[in-house]
Design a protein around this ligand. Structure first.
Ligand SMILES: [Mn+2]
Length: 506
């Protein structure tokens, strides 16, 4: 039942529909958690009894209406059980290792409006768990399964998401007072399980990357001045859904052109990708499709008319050099803050070479000048969530310096981590003006040159990398070099075929 998702690199498109993802992926995830959980209990001299219990996501309606937003499973629950329907609970018996799903008991009228009511045996088989019951049987089932003494112990999920500052919601159900509960043990162990990806997870993330890479290329080829930003978004969404069966994106598409490309989170409801593309603009497109709960997160930057100007070249190559320098330095044990600083340094050096900055780059680094051009972090862990949890270990403090405090992780790299590399260089008045006026950093600016870049927007280049034992692998397959971007925008195939010229009839 091992999943085989492979891209035929000779064809321009993936085969569709994609093969189903095997639930072995989630069986492995549960086994990994169970092993680590047992080790943790043993090392703290606790009994190997009780249940890990998670509550899956619930359906939400739009405000006071009955309009149901398309459901997407909660990520920790998806990691362990792969269940796509709302209203479920899932348990793992720590003693026996058995997995139990609890499905909602649906009313008879569900069959009229929503379709067939699926049986418990259907869920047991589909999701490859040991047992399936209804959610109104949780108390009874867990009491019957429990072999320890006293009240059965439930390990519930409660802990901080260091990106959103929100807490995950521990399971709640009628009768929970009949159990002992532990809110502390599960979250750090389960989060750490998610940090290192299995081969099966990597294959799914690779699929999301392949289809999103293809879609980015499709957008590049179709982009022309006078189009609307949302049309680029639409091409991406169509390609990933039509050819890749990706019904969700990992995040809202950022389709920024011209000065908008310096707005880091452009594309939201108040800035809805609705500008007209102008000849001479740069485009910055940050878009990634989600497949079987797993994310991709890719940014391409290019001139909308297909030809880089010398100013665009300067900024683009500064960012590309930073992107490539980081990727060549990544391997287990390398610290992410150091990678961020490396990217900043490469960008500052390029800006100095391009006469936008003057002075000593090491001095600029001391004054944190890099953050005036790249205020965001270099990259983040990625998996079931675009910003995957686990970036900061418990008790670990965020850096406080400008730029570094935006980092979503400060960790050392580990074999099997998936992390984005997304350096950027932006001309943001709200940052540049104070830096140009500050007595500490004013001297570094060639004020006349910098002025020419006001309104330029920005460039970001973002790829998804997984860390291997001796380096890393780039999962994102889009043209990056200027000549390749221009060639693909001009209609060349990608990957550009370097085959020998065929002998044709003369
Ligand atoms: Mn990203």
């Amino acid at each position: 039942m091992a999943m085989t998702i492979a891209m035929d690199s000779s064809s321009s498109s993936l085969l569709y529909p994609p093969p189903p993802v095997s639930m072995d992926l989630h069986i492995e995830n549960r086994q990994k958690l169970l092993n680590r959980f047992r080790e943790n209990l043993i090392s703290s001299s606790r009994d190997l009894h009780g249940f890990i219990l998670l509550q899956g996501g619930e359906e939400q309606t739009r405000y006071c209406t009955d309009h149901e937003d398309l459901f997407r499973q909660e990520s920790y629950f998806a990691y362990l059980f792969g269940v796509r329907e709302p209203g479920f609970y899932g348990a793992i018996d720590i003693n026996t290792g058995k997995s139990i799903l609890f499905a909602p008991r649906l009313p008879a009228e569900y069959a009229v409006w929503m379709g067939e009511i699926k049986s418990l045996s259907h869920f047991k088989e589909t999701y490859m768990v040991d047992m399936a019951y209804y959610t109104d049987e949780i108390t009874e089932v867990l009491n019957n399964q429990y072999k320890g003494s006293g009240k059965p112990l439930l390990f519930l999920l409660h802990g901080l998401n260091t990106d959103s500052k929100n807490f995950s919601k521990p399971a709640e159900f009628e009768g929970i007072e009949k159990f002992e509960t532990d809110l502390k043990t599960l979250h750090p162990i389960l989060t750490e399980c998610r940090v290192v990806k299995s081969k099966l997870e990597l294959a799914v993330i690779q699929y999301a990357n392949d289809i999103s890479s293809e879609a980015h290329i499709e957008v590049m080829r179709k982009t022309k001045p006078e189009m609307q930003e949302y049309q680029l978004e639409s091409i991406f969404l169509h390609h990933t859904y039509f050819y890749g069966s990706c019904r969700h994106c990992s995040y809202t598409c950022i389709c920024a052109t011209g000065d908008n490309s310096s707005v880091l989170h452009y594309g939201h409801a108040a800035a809805p990708n609705d500008r007209t593309l102008r000849d001479g603009d740069m485009a910055l497109l940050d878009m990634g499709a989600e497949f079987h709960f797993y994310a991709s997160d890719i940014t391409c930057s290019f001139p909308v008319n297909g030809k880089f100007t010398s100013n665009q070249r300067l900024i683009y190559n500064a960012v590309l050099d930073a992107h490539d320098a980081v990727i060549s330095s990544m391997r287990p044990g390398v610290n992410w803050v150091d990678m961020h600083k490396l990217a900043e340094k490469v960008i500052l050096q390029a800006l100095k070479k391009g006469s936008l900055l003057v002075g000593d780059v090491d001095e600029m680094m001391v004054e944190r000048l890099g953050s005036a051009f790249m205020p965001h972090g270099l990259g983040h862990l990625m998996g079931l969530d675009t910003h995957d949890p686990g970036g900061y270990l418990q008790g670990f403090e965020r850096p406080k310096e400008a730029g570094l405090r935006s980092l979503r992780t400060s960790r050392d790299l580990i074999d099997g981590m998936v992390i984005t590399v997304e350096p950027g260089c932006y001309f943001i008045d709200a940052l540049l003006v104070p830096a140009m006026e500050s007595p500490k950093t004013s001297k570094f600016f060639n004020h006349e040159e910098i002025t020419k870049f006001r309104g330029f927007g920005g460039v970001r280049i973002e790829s998804d990398l997984y860390v291997t034992s001796d380096g890393c692998v780039n999962m994102t397959k889009v043209p990056r070099k200027i000549e390749d971007v221009e060639a693909v925008m001009g209609g060349a195939s990608w990957p550009i075929k370097k085959s020998k010229r065929m002998k044709l009839d003369e």
